[in-house]
Design a protein around this ligand. Structure first.
Ligand code: NAP
Length: 368
């Protein structure tokens, strides 16, 4: 253990997102994995044995983690003294995750979560660090009214909306608010975890239904763009989003085809050139703070008629940049475009790590 690094745990370390955490944290400048936990099925095994037949990353299990013994994630007390905070990448019943994340926080162990269980808890920030870092202010109230001393919970939103949230936020910030949007997502199979959707359902096919995904894609936008009032997050009134979420035979990288209408009179609507200028110039707090996992340029605009593509664009800037193409006018709404983001990096593990970097930079781990 490097003396200058913070010891971290990963709950759900054996799963699709958990494995990404293990891999992405292996050379992290601030954090070091010292604790891994999963279901009772994996508990008691060395990490490399627990993932032996299902390690999904094209590289060996990092040496520093391979021999850690997997603990039962259901017992928060086991993490005491073994790590300072945890990333939660658990896939279980929502109420069980909610209770478990609260149990870690009550033990004084902050939880940076990927799970959806606490996304609608109104004193829990749902962060995209480029958009709503000010939502961190609700953590003080969260700790106060739950009686937690050092522990707290912060979450990240669903992977389906990562590709278009920064673009619509950048437009809103530049004075071009969005009134209505229709979004059709083409979501990678890795978004369903491991083993996920059976290969027989996925090869040579598209599945036009992902349970609960359209509701999350439509609602989470409003909390992310919400304001803080009396220690809680109050949802924004708009934009109104209609989503069609589809599972497609792509391994990583969620694509979204978006049509949107501005909440502006005709003569105030931005031109395509102005929209591209806003997107290309967009930077925010993570870039200002030079957080290790922050992309240098969060939104990349491509002009080729056949981009973005998952295989060619998902890894842009560590898998943390959003890539946009096919920006053009829309005969029904105002504009349309195609946006792409890496679902297990920006949309899951590296997005969670960026949240933790923001929390550290803002002093939330100082007392640990
Ligand atoms: P996954 O591959 O199914 O992994 C689930 C993890 O949870 C495994 O480590 C598993 O341990 C553990 N687990 C399952 N049941 C448990 C129990 N009863 N007690 C303790 N641990 C248990 O799922 P995933 O895709 O990594 O997703 C993890 C979380 O991230 C989910 O909440 C998901 O909604 C969210 N998320 C996923 C993505 C994505 O792109 N995949 C994107 C954003 C958010 P065992 O291996 O021992 O069974």
């Amino acid at each position: 253990m490097c003396a200058h690094k913070i010891a971290v745990g990963v709950l759900g370390a054996t799963g699709m997102v958990g494995q990404r955490y293990i891999y992405l944290l292996k050379d992290h400048p601030w954090f070091e994995v010292t604790y891994v936990a999963a279901s009772p099925r994996s508990a008691g095994k060395k990490y490399r044995e627990a993932v032996e037949s299902r390690w999904l990353i094209g590289s060996d299990v990092p040496a520093g983690v391979a021999d850690l013994v997997v603990q039962d994630a259901n017992d928060a007390k086991l993490a005491l003294g073994a790590c300072k905070f945890v990333f939660s990448a658990l896939e279980m019943d929502k109420d069980a995750i909610k209770a478990l994340e609260a149990a870690y926080a009550a033990e004084g162990i902050p939880v940076v979560s990927n799970a959806s269980a606490n996304r609608w808890t109104d004193d829990v920030p749902m962060l995209i660090p480029e958009i709503n870092p000010h939502h961190l202010s609700v953590i003080a109230e969260q700790k106060k009214h739950r009686g937690w001393d050092k522990g707290f919970i912060a979450v990240k939103p669903n992977c389906s909306l990562q590709s278009y949230m920064m673009p619509i936020f950048a437009l809103q910030q530049a004075g071009y608010p969005v009134k209505r949007m229709i979004v059709t997502t083409l979501q990678a199979t890795s978004g369903a975890g491991y083993p996920g959707v059976p290969s027989f359902d996925m090869i040579d096919n598209i599945v036009p239904y992902i349970g609960g995904e359209e509701e999350k894609t439509e609602r989470e936008v409003l909390k992310i763009l919400g304001t803080v009032k009396d220690g809680k997050i109050e949802n924004a009134a708009g934009p109104l989003v209609a989503a069609h979420c589809n599972r497609v035979p792509v391994i990583d990288g969620h694509t979204a085809c978006v049509s949107l209408e501005f909440d502006l009179p005709e003569n105030k609507k931005p031109s395509l050139e102005e929209i591209e200028r806003v997107w290309t110039a967009f930077t925010a707090l993570p870039q200002e703070l030079a957080l290790p996992s922050a992309p240098v340029q969060p939104i990349i605009v491509r002009h080729e008629p056949n981009r973005p593509q998952p295989r060619r664009d998902r890894e842009n800037d560590k898998g943390m940049a959003v890539t946009i193409g096919r920006l053009r006018t829309c005969p029904v709404f105002d504009i349309r475009f195609v946006a792409l983001s890496h679902n297990t990096k920006r949309g899951a593990a590296l997005g969670g790590i960026l949240n933790a970097e923001l929390l550290k930079a803002k002093g939330f781990f100082d007392a640990l």
